[in-house]
Design a protein. Structure first.
Length: 127
């Protein structure tokens, strides 16, 4: 039971927060950017249920990474490291692939940082 309270519960709650944050940001705030950009590339933006499931797994993996990082660093340090690992590296790769609509970064940078901060805060408070 102690392991559940100290590890599983913080990771699960953080995963829920990350999933909700990702869904709201990418489905309500930024979806038109993604769809238009992919259309210009001559491809369809992937929004099938399997894509949502993969993002759910990504959210869990990101929460696990935040949990591991947060055990070693302060709230701010953990947030910065998690944000860099979870988002900056992803943008770098999808930018390199030519599928990143750079216009989203105006919104995505602060929102993803907030997402990382709250995920880290949840874990720090419950750990």
């Amino acid at each position: 039971m102690n392991f559940f309270k100290k590890a599983i519960l913080p990771i699960l709650l953080s995963t829920v927060w990350i999933s909700v944050s990702e869904f709201v940001r990418n489905e309500f705030i930024l979806k038109s950017y993604w769809v238009d950009h992919f259309k210009k590339l001559g491809i369809v933006f992937p929004s099938e249920p399997i894509n949502g499931a993969i993002w759910g797994i990504w959210s869990l993996l990101f929460a696990i990474a935040v949990f591991i990082i947060a055990k070693k660093f302060t709230l701010l340090e953990s947030t910065l490291i998690a944000w860099f690992v979870g988002f900056v590296l992803m943008w770098f790769v999808i930018g390199n692939l030519g599928i990143l609509p750079y216009g989203i970064l105006l919104f995505a940078v602060p929102l993803s940082f907030l997402e990382s901060f709250i995920a880290t805060y949840i874990i720090k408070k419950l750990f």
